[in-house]
Design a protein around this ligand. Structure first.
Ligand code: EPU
Length: 427
């Protein structure tokens, strides 16, 4: 339950990046030695990823809430079951490391989800290029490396894929010979994973660019690594400050990881000052917000994971803006809920047209996925009266303690129920 209309003021601490911690935890499967990860965000998807590691036979210790010490010395099974994969698609990140270290892996094929069909065909094709045989058996992807070891190869992705690039990187680090990935994803999370893998003894060059070169090694060892700050959480709190006309100091972030978001938000009138390398001061300028168009594209362009939050902001900007989604085919589910709050949004193919500025009024709404729920929270923070957001468990998948963080800067927000039963069924 959110009662809107209160400008947020104060300091917010950014957590570790969910989409970096997920592949980094999967990478611990590549070695029999202990890997220690710090700054792992305490969110539902990471709890699920930890469970996956434990189900495979790994031991995970958490000496502190956000530190995971993983030992994958005694892996007993090479299988990620449907029960787990259906709750979190990122479980497919177990495929690359299992195949690389044990020469076999069986992971349930994820189905579609709320934002699109999201196939993993490009991951599987790349594994085949590395010499694996891949088949579908009763809904499971079964991959095997002949003679137990993959062979380095040239992999050229026809479409940029983030987890696809990560999976192939993890598969190639233990392959025999050299792998070159062309048209690789360039997200900061790719670089973070490569940093961890190199600390473990891998030989990866070029992560963060379109071409990544990996020289396969015989084995990897233990390492200690700190996960980068979450750039999407950072962007979400910038919008929270702007949409409520507040002032937030956003700490422990890495502004260069969201340069396109900061640039766009400055263009629409948000004042963003870089106090130092890891702190931003955000205010809404007195003239108010001006509508500007945006198109989502792979990094370093404007990320799809900020599209929903940007749409909420545009309901408060003067003028019309078009928002074009090019990454996922069905990522406008939040728009119809924003319309329930009073937004004026229409559609033309993969483009949403937002006509602003509109007065938002609280209403019951329903979240459909992680970023959609963030956009509803943002809209509710500036809406009059009370907004009730249902299926809020989506937000717990990727935003650490969002209720607590928002309350600490003055938001009137309360969790009415956890609705855990639904969360297990529908995530
Ligand atoms: N695609 C294919 N075949 C493939 C792989 C991808 O057609 O084998 C398509 C997808 O359907 C999509 C596009 O390629 O249309 C890009 O998908 P990508 O593979 O890059 O997405 P992902 O790796 O599944 C990650 C993030 C998402 C984020 C996207 C895009 C993780 C765990 N997830 O997903 O994060 O939206 O990249 O940046 O890293 C979120 O955090 O809310 C979230 C959905």
């Amino acid at each position: 339950m959110i009662r809107g209309g209160r400008p947020l003021k104060g300091k917010i601490e950014i957590s570790g990046a969910k989409n970096s911690a997920l592949p980094c935890l999967a990478a611990t499967l590549l070695t029999s030695e202990t890997v220690t990860l710090h700054n792992v965000p305490y969110v539902k998807d990471l709890i699920t990823q930890r469970r996956l590691l434990e189900d495979l036979g790994a031991t995970v210790l958490t000496p502190e809430l956000r530190t995971h010490k993983v030992s994958a010395k005694n892996i007993e099974t090479f299988e990620a079951p449907y029960e787990l994969v259906k709750t979190m698609r990122a479980s497919v990140l177990a495929l690359g490391p299992l195949l690389a270290r044990f020469g076999q892996a069986k992971v349930s094929l994820p189905g579609g989800c709320a934002i699109g069909t999201r196939p993993i065909d490009l991951h599987l094709k790349a594994f085949e290029q590395l010499g694996a045989s891949v088949s579908l058996e009763s809904g499971d992807v079964v991959a095997r490396a002949p003679n137990g070891r993959l062979k380095g190869a040239d992999v050229s992705f026809e479409k940029v894929t983030v987890t696809g690039t990560e999976n192939v990187m993890m598969a190639a680090v233990l392959a025999k010979g050299k792998t070159t990935i062309y048209n690789a994803a360039r997200e900061p999370e790719i670089e973070d994973l490569a940093d961890l893998l190199n600390k473990m003894g891998a030989r990866i060059k070029g992560a963060g660019t379109e071409t990544i070169e990996i020289k396969g090694v015989e084995s990897l060892g233990g390492a200690e690594h700190t996960i980068i700050p979450d750039r999407i959480e950072t962007g979400t709190f910038i919008v929270a400050a702007a949409i409520t006309g507040g002032e937030l100091e956003i700490k422990s972030c890495q502004p260069e990881h969201l340069a396109a978001v900061i640039e766009k938000l400055r263009e629409v009138g948000v004042e963003i000052e870089e106090l130092n390398q890891s702190t931003l001061l955000v205010k809404c300028c007195e003239k108010g917000l001006q509508a500007k168009n945006v198109t989502t594209e792979p990094h370093p362009k404007f990320p799809t994971d900020m599209q929903a939050q940007y749409m909420s902001l545009m309901t408060q900007a003067e003028g019309d803006s078009t928002i074009t989604e090019t990454i996922f085919e069905n990522r406008f589910m939040h728009a119809s809920e924003l319309i329930r709050l009073g937004a004026n949004i229409s559609f033309s193919g993969t483009t949403a047209i937002v006509r602003g500025k509109t007065r938002l009024m609280g209403a019951p709404v329903q979240a459909s996925d992680l970023r959609a729920s963030a956009s509803l929270v943002l809209a509710a923070l500036c809406a009059e009266d009370e907004t009730l957001i249902d299926r809020v468990y989506h937000i717990d998948r990727g935003y650490e303690m969002i209720v607590k963080k928002l309350r600490s800067v003055g938001a009137e927000i309360e969790r009415i129920t956890d609705n855990l039963a639904m969360s297990a069924e529908e995530n």
